[in-house]
Design a protein around this ligand. Structure first.
Ligand SMILES: Nc1nc2c(ncn2[C@@H]2O[C@H](COP(=O)(O)OP(=O)(O)O)[C@@H](O)[C@H]2O)c(=O)[nH]1
Ligand SMILES: [Mg+2]
Ligand SMILES: [Zn+2]
Length: 312
């Protein structure tokens, strides 16, 4: 059997990349049940598979390797099954803009919680820095310090003015990366700027085109000219769905996680419990107040549980 990486799927056919970079169109044979996941698609972009070659130069997938992780969304139909968007991600880049459009820390923190739950490392990239006035640069610095202090790597780019692209390329090299973030932050533009062989659709038109379409959207993987892959999920608002128990929410805030062994109660949820190490750390400004405010908003479901229901 031949080993390969699924880089594209259209429902019944899969493009599988062999070690020598040639692509074979493959089908699946028989029923696949993968690690007990009830999903509408047995094989997803990012899966490593083994296949046999047929007479007509197409392949038949026989085996799927265990996934190290995967992201999913709820299926469009009413069944309880989910749709695997992509698997085996090495990292996700959250692309953020201080303006045009504005990205709030509330959004960022929800995203980070989802990534922590999926156990996928995140790097935060601030794009469109060419647009920033002095006061907006202060906000950028504030956000860099906020997330840097928690341990997230941050970068600055301008896809248009080609600033910071070399550093991003280093981060992307030889890895499988999903690039996520609000619509219009420059995801497609950045990808195209980093590798001129790629030409993802940019601008408003493609977004508007995708709106209201009920077709199932499939992710697609593109290979960087310098090695590694980027996953594009067109028409999908990002990062999928995570089921998180409210009482476990604090586990997905790394700076809370670091301290909660010291809370008096082992089921402490850091709201108003006595001798709470997280509340103490906030008091002493070791945990940024803004993170805690966003924690409370998620805890109290103030946005209708967007991190669970809608995903990013
Ligand atoms: N000024 C500026 N505009 C940018 C930058 N990156 C992207 N844009 C513009 O932002 C708009 C949305 O970009 P696009 O790549 O389609 O965003 P996506 O929805 O995240 O894929 C386009 O008009 C781009 O030209 C940047 O670094 N600076
Ligand atoms: Mg785009
Ligand atoms: Zn506590």
């Amino acid at each position: 059997m031949i080993k390969g990486l699924v880089i594209r799927s259209t429902g019944s056919w899969y493009d599988v990349r062999q070690e020598d970079a040639t692509i074979v169109k493959c089908r699946i044979q028989g029923k696949f049940r993968v690690q007990g996941i009830k999903s509408t698609n047995p094989i997803a972009v990012g899966d490593w598979v083994e296949f046999d070659m047929e007479q007509d130069e197409t392949g038949v997938i026989r085996e799927i390797m265990d996934r190290k992780n995967y992201i999913k969304r709820k299926s469009v139909n009413l069944s309880k099954r989910s749709h695997i968007l992509a698997s085996n991600l090495d990292q996700v880049i959250l692309l953020v803009t201080v303006k045009s459009p504005t990205t709030s820390t509330g959004f960022i923190d929800r995203f980070l919680v989802s990534a922590e739950a999926y156990r996928i490392p995140v790097k935060i990239v601030f794009n469109k820095i060419d647009l920033l006035e002095e006061s907006e640069k202060k906000l950028l610095t504030y956000m860099e310090e906020l997330y840097g202090s928690i341990g997230y790597d941050t970068f600055r780019t301008s896809a248009i003015e080609r600033i910071g692209l070399d550093d991003i390329q280093e981060v992307l090299k030889a890895k499988v990366t999903l690039i996520s973030g609000h619509s219009g932050v420059g995801k497609s533009t950045l990808v195209n700027a980093i590798d001129e062989n790629l030409s993802l659709k940019t601008g408003e038109i493609s977004e508007a085109h995708n709106k209201g379409r009920h077709t199932t959207t499939f992710a697609e993987m593109f290979e960087w000219k310098f090695g590694g892959f980027v996953v594009d999920t067109p028409g999908i608002k990002g990062f999928g769905v995570v089921d998180i128990e409210k009482r476990e929410l604090g586990h997905y805030f790394p700076e809370f996680r670091l301290r909660m062994q010291e809370c008096k109660f082992n089921n402490c949820q850091h709201i108003n419990e006595p001798q709470c190490a997280v509340l103490d750390a906030i008091e002493q400004k070791q945990i940024p107040a803004e993170r805690y405010v966003n924690y409370l908003a998620m805890y109290n479901d103030e946005d209708g549980g967007a991190y669970r229901e809608k995903g990013y």
